[in-house]
Design a protein around this ligand. Sequence first.
Ligand code: GSH
Length: 230
Amino acid sequence: MDTGKSYHKQATGAALETVQQHATDQDITLFAGCFCPFVQRVWVALEYLEIPYKVYEVDPYKKPQELLELSSKGLVPALRLNGYVPPRALNESTVILEYLEDLASTSTKRSLLPPLSDPYARALVRLQSDHANPCRRRSWRNGVMEGGVYDIHDCQGYSEATNVLKHYRGLELPRGPKFDGWLNRLFQHPAFKCTCSTEELYLDSYERYAFNRPNTSQVANAINTGRGLP
Ligand SMILES: N[C@@H](CCC(=O)N[C@@H](CS)C(=O)NCC(=O)O)C(=O)O
């Protein structure tokens, strides 16, 4: 039943603590929205790669001017790179992930991908990440999902499927020992856990998508009119 709940504007639970621990200025400011899976994949990467950052929560539906300066569509996630004068902007979660991967290769030396010496393994992780991309997950509503190589790169897609899509669409992911093991490791991973709000926040925030309320978002409008996703 559509109970008219609105999306949340501030993280809760472990994610809120992480926001509070990352409130001081750094070279990177992550413009975030607490319910957004595209944000979470970038946020997990920042944590996992141990790159210093500040997280700044904005309402992407209200599109404050400082967000529009980073993303002309006013979408989160967006990065403001404060080391440049004037600061530079970066958006699109997959591009940001690759940027962070490159950055870490010369600083923290941690990596989201297998080593350069194994290009095929790197390609498989990218393929799996592409498959988990929120833009491609409409097919999951029918319970269709393939197996494959699972990595922290893909985390947000699968975790969202286990709560929001299960709740609103009755989606059950096809289970098996390999996938279950991966899911358990994901849910226990510190970089993932510390970027998760409480389950209620996601259920409340996605109610308007589940009941297809008008003008919910650019993503919803694109799906409803058969246009490409933003
Ligand atoms: N392709 C973008 C999609 C980002 C996106 O759709 N973000 C949503 C929040 S989950 C947003 O900012 N929506 C604002 C709007 O629809 O106006 C990415 O991967 O970064």
